[in-house]
Design a protein around this ligand. Structure first.
Ligand code: HEC
Length: 145
């Protein structure tokens, strides 16, 4: 009579499944590199964290994602936006963040205003940043993060 074995088989299957999951999680870092976010996406994420930490006390999340902002900055360079923010913000302590943080915050603002996250992160050097044009398409207005 095989019936009593069925629960055991189920248990064995469950155990194998759980161990399988554990083994999958235990894969060394890097084994799933393709699934990791791109450097550009990471920069945007870092920028969002800093925006929440250093800007959101005065600027609501999404408060700098609007038509006025896009109109003002469209056609100008990422460098200009970074310099403008660095020299005036946070209002209580302009220039107090690292350059890398200002760059990440601008990557985040570019994203929340609808620019796609590129395949490469914003560069760290002024000359490189000066070549990055801000351009917002009309469809941008519906994109939020
Ligand atoms: C203590 C409050 C405060 C904090 C913190 C703060 N801001 Fe501001 N920010 C303001 C005020 C007030 C204005 C509007 C007055 C002005 O333009 O100077 C402003 C203006 C701006 C503008 C110009 C907006 C426009 O439409 O031209 C940008 C961009 C900006 N802030 C970005 C930031 C970023 C990025 C941070 C975080 C790194 C930040 N601010 C932190 C108070 C703050």
């Amino acid at each position: 009579m095989p019936t009593p074995f069925i629960p055991r088989l189920r248990l064995a299957a469950l155990v194998a499944f759980v161990f399988g999951l554990a083994a999958a999680r235990a894969q060394p870092a890097g084994a799933q590199d393709h699934a990791l976010p791109s450097a550009a996406a990471k920069q945007v994420e870092l920028g969002e964290q800093w925006f929440r930490a250093a800007c959101a006390e005065c600027h609501a999340i999404g408060g700098l994602s609007n038509a006025d902002f896009r109109l003002k900055w469209s056609g100008r360079s990422a460098f200009e936006l970074i310099e403008s923010i660095r020299s005036t913000m946070p209002e209580s302590a302009p220039g107090s963040l690292t350059q890398g943080t200002y760059i990440a915050v601008v990557a985040y603002l570019m994203r929340t205003n609808g620019m796609p996250v590129g395949t490469t992160a914003l560069p760290a050097d002024s000359a490189g940043l000066a070549t990055v044009r801000l351009s917002f398409t009309p469809a941008s207005s519906t994109l939020r993060r």
